[in-house]
Design a protein around this ligand. Structure first.
Ligand SMILES: [Zn+2]
Length: 84
């Protein structure tokens, strides 16, 4: 899985809605990739804030939006290939 694929399923993954194979691939990627690990953390923060019925904090939303924009504008190097 690359970062873009992870980004697409990340919310489902955090909600426990992905199948087991996908969940394992995402988890493996999150361990290796700081960038996606950070995004997962941001989603968790937002989810937790919503669970507490609070607004997600402004800074978190900005970071998340920047992350998405960066992914679209500048595809990261192929991080999955470094095992070869
Ligand atoms: Zn990644």
């Amino acid at each position: 899985m690359n970062c873009l694929q992870v980004a697409r399923v990340l919310q489902s993954y955090l909600d426990g809605e992905t199948d087991e194979v996908t969940a394992r691939r995402v988890a493996a990627h999150l361990e290796d990739c700081r960038r996606c690990g950070l995004e997962a953390t941001l989603y968790e923060e937002i989810k937790n804030a919503l669970a507490r019925r609070q607004q997600p904090d402004e800074l978190t939303l900005h970071r998340l939006r920047d992350f998405g924009a960066a992914l679209l504008e500048e595809p990261p190097p192929d991080e999955e290939a470094d095992g070869a």
